[in-house]
Ligand binder design. Structure first.
Ligand code: TRP
Length: 334
């Protein structure tokens, strides 16, 4: 708790360009959580280093992710939006928690298995201990709730296990976090393989709508979206392509499945795809305009980074000092 509010923690890696899936599934819903929770959102740049990055591009991308958070509507004066690498307590606590995490547990992580298969030439120790750093992120802020997608649930589970193990030995040091599955967190699928999640690391650029895609690109990608056999606009299990487009249309217009089926009764896939494309443009355009504006106002973003780094450091260090003390590390002389 901070004041009378529960603490919420989440973040995204500064890898790849954010997609419509990241926006409709996560970011858009985060905006509404600030009323109820004290919110912390990290730009997870340390996690990104588990994969080789080009330094110049990486620097730009991390800053752009920060700005996108703001452009998407997260107010940086009430949400603590900060860079993970600016708060050294993350790396420090991760080390300490490494000593409370078992090889066997980490070996079971499905994301580690997937990523090592994908980057067979760079299976580094950071990739292996990735979940421990994530546990440190969450536990440093004594988070009560963590909104994450299903693919991150296993990481949240191990976070809870590590925290419980630590608390069992040293008393109530860490708050045990719960997953938070947003009410309307739509799961958006690939436009090319609608049984697969839309991903920022998809090699096929037509599979994903990137938040900064221009209007023509968005419309073109929707026109090319893979649909199913048949011609009806109907929400049915054997129509994953149409279901995905309907989900996107619902998330961008607020219309229900029944309303959509009625609206497009007797009309073809082509017309429906155009409508979905236009609905997406009308949601992303204001975000992009705001992004362009913020990118011009360097000093505002700089000031927000500085203030929020300090705020994050304050809360993180408080937890870190407590952990160090419990472990018997020699106290600093002041
Ligand atoms: N692993 C998360 C992802 O790839 C990003 C992340 C890192 C995160 N640390 C976190 C998410 C802490 C929530 C809380 O999506």
């Amino acid at each position: 708790m901070i004041g009378d509010k529960k603490v919420l923690y989440s973040g995204m890696q500064a890898t790849g360009n954010l997609t419509l899936g990241n926006y409709l599934g996560a970011l858009k819903n985060w905006v509404t959580l600030n009323e109820e929770y004290e919110c912390f959102y990290g730009v997870m740049d340390l996690h990104s280093l588990t994969v080789r990055q080009n330094a110049a591009e990486f620097r730009k991308r991390a800053r752009s992710l920060y700005t996108l958070y703001v452009a998407a509507g997260l107010n940086p004066e009430t949400n603590c939006i900060y860079f993970q690498s600016h708060v050294s307590a993350h790396a420090e606590l991760a080390w300490l928690l490494n000593c409370f995490t078992y090889m066997g547990e980490l070996n079971r992580m499905t994301q580690f298995k997937d990523k090592s298969a994908k980057h067979a030439d760079n299976i580094n120790a950071g990739l292996f201990t990735y979940p421990v750093l994530m546990a440190a992120d969450i536990l440093l802020y004594q988070a009560d709730v963590v909104p994450v997608g299903v693919d991150q649930m296993q990481h949240l589970e191990i976070t809870r296990d590590i925290a419980e193990r630590f608390n069992h030995i040293y008393g109530d040091v860490f708050t045990i976090p719960e997953g938070y599955i947003g009410k309307s967190g739509a799961k958006i699928m690939s436009l090319q393989e609608p049984t697969k999640k839309m991903s920022k690391s998809d090699e096929n650029a037509n599979a994903s709508i990137y938040l900064l895609d221009d209007t023509d690109t968005i419309i073109r990608k929707f026109k090319r979206a893979v649909t199913d056999s048949g011609s009806e606009i109907r929400y049915a299990e054997d129509k994953p392509g149409i279901c995905n487009l309907m989900d996107i249309y619902t998330a961008t217009t607020g219309k229900t499945k029944e309303e959509i089926e009625k609206e497009f009764d007797g009309k073809g896939y082509g017309e429906f795809k155009m409508a979905v494309g236009e609905a997406v443009v009308s949601v992303l355009k204001p975000l992009q305009d705001r992004m362009a504006e913020l990118e011009k106002d360097k000093s505002y973003i700089d000031r927000m980074i500085k203030e929020n780094d300090e705020k994050a450091q304050y809360f993180a260090n408080k937890t870190l000092r407590k952990v160090q003390k419990k472990l018997g590390l020699t106290e600093r002389i002041r």
